[in-house]
Design a protein around this ligand. Structure first.
Ligand SMILES: Cc1cc2nc3c(=O)[nH]c(=O)nc-3n(C[C@H](O)[C@H](O)[C@H](O)COP(=O)(O)OP(=O)(O)OC[C@H]3O[C@@H](n4cnc5c(N)ncnc54)[C@H](O)[C@@H]3O)c2cc1C
Length: 304
């Protein structure tokens, strides 16, 4: 924004943009085809008010235009996610590095900043090698840290931090029988945290350790603080058929009984659920087996 400034980018590791490289499964989900600032801001757990303000300066259209002007076209997938047409996060990395190069941004690798101090001449930054750097302005973009203590050096600058907690995690169900259905997914399930109003809807995938998929990951992000407070021991209630209510479900069962009373429900799978999941439910309704709560993080008991 100000080409007369001399910019130095400091990176402690030996790689630049390594997280961008793995983002979006290696494709980099650059933005989302949402052009309503309020709607978009709601998708940021705990950050809605903050991002809403930022969106007035730079929003989805600006992101698309910014990359287009630099030769990177984005495409929109059916669910609204936007990726580079190359389907490679390297395209984004190359674009950002070209931009840095264009403005002669000096890049210093293996440079670990240990403290930032404000002095009369500006900021003094001390590296792990006891080298001192000075700057008129400092932009700190260290990403997140898993432990609160790792923010100490930044707290010394007078900033405050919220205690970090895990987010975007899958749910562990150690030894739960449903894990035998690993690989089975339901395109639209409603996942709730019992005893709270927290719920999210979306695809749910059964894995060999428990539950995953966007519906679960989204819920873990929105519920991150509450679940940390519960030490990740919680009960999730999954509605595998959120498009039905109790009344319409009963009507559907009644309809099957009237039309097809002589055949086994087990073979009918009337709701279009994956066959193995439907069979699992039928078996467990007939022979319910209690599942003991485990103590693995993050853990849950599941009921349906
Ligand atoms: C698996 C995965 C998939 C993702 N997919 C997507 C996606 O598709 N779309 C999306 O928008 N987001 C995605 N994200 C999130 C996205 O990658 C991050 O939000 C983004 O990288 C954050 O950027 P950042 O610059 O704030 O932090 P980071 O990318 O973490 O970069 C911070 C850098 O600062 C360096 N650093 C830290 N401390 C110091 C220090 N003291 N001195 C010097 N250097 C330091 C670190 O080494 C690091 O290189 C994904 C994340 C993961 C892990």
């Amino acid at each position: 924004m100000n080409p007369s400034l001399k910019v130095t980018l400091v990176e402690r590791s030996n790689k630049l943009l390594s997280k961008v490289k793995v983002s979006g499964g290696g494709r980099c989900n650059v933005t989302h085809a949402c052009f309503d600032k309020v709607e978009m801001s709601k998708r940021y757990p705990r950050g809605a008010n903050f991002v809403k303000k930022l969106f007035h300066s730079f929003f989805t259209n600006d992101t698309i235009a910014w990359f287009k002007e630099r030769g990177v076209a984005l495409k929109t997938e059916a669910d609204g996610r936007m990726f580079p047409i190359s389907d490679s996060s390297q395209t984004i990395i190359d674009c950002l590095l070209r931009e840095a190069d264009k403005y002669h941004v000096q890049i210093r690798m293996h440079c670990d900043i240990k403290s930032v101090q404000n002095s009369e001449e500006g900021f003094r930054l001390l590296t792990a090698n006891n080298e001192e750097l000075t700057a008129s302005y400092v932009c700190i973009a260290t990403g997140g840290f898993p432990k609160a203590s790792m923010f100490d050096w930044l707290m010394q600058t007078g900033h405050s931090f919220s205690t970090p907690v895990p987010s975007l995690f899958t749910f562990n169900l150690p030894r739960h029988p449903i894990t035998q259905l690993m690989g089975v997914s339901v395109p639209n399930a409603l996942v709730k945290i019992a005893g709270s109003k927290l719920q999210q809807q979306g695809p749910v995938l059964i894995t060999h350790w428990g539950l995953s998929g966007p519906g679960v990951l989204k819920l873990s992000a929105y519920a991150a603080r509450e679940l940390a407070e519960r030490n990740w021991e919680f009960e999730a209630i999954i509605n595998w058929l959120p498009d039905y209510n109790e009344q319409t479900l009963k009507e559907q069962f009644l309809h099957i009984r009237n039309e097809n009373g002589s055949s086994l429900l087990y073979h009918k799978n009337p709701f279009g659920l994956p066959q193995r999941l439907w069979e699992f439910f039928c078996k467990n309704v007939i022979f319910p087996k209690p599942v003991a709560a485990q103590t693995c993080l993050p853990n849950l008991k599941m009921s349906w």
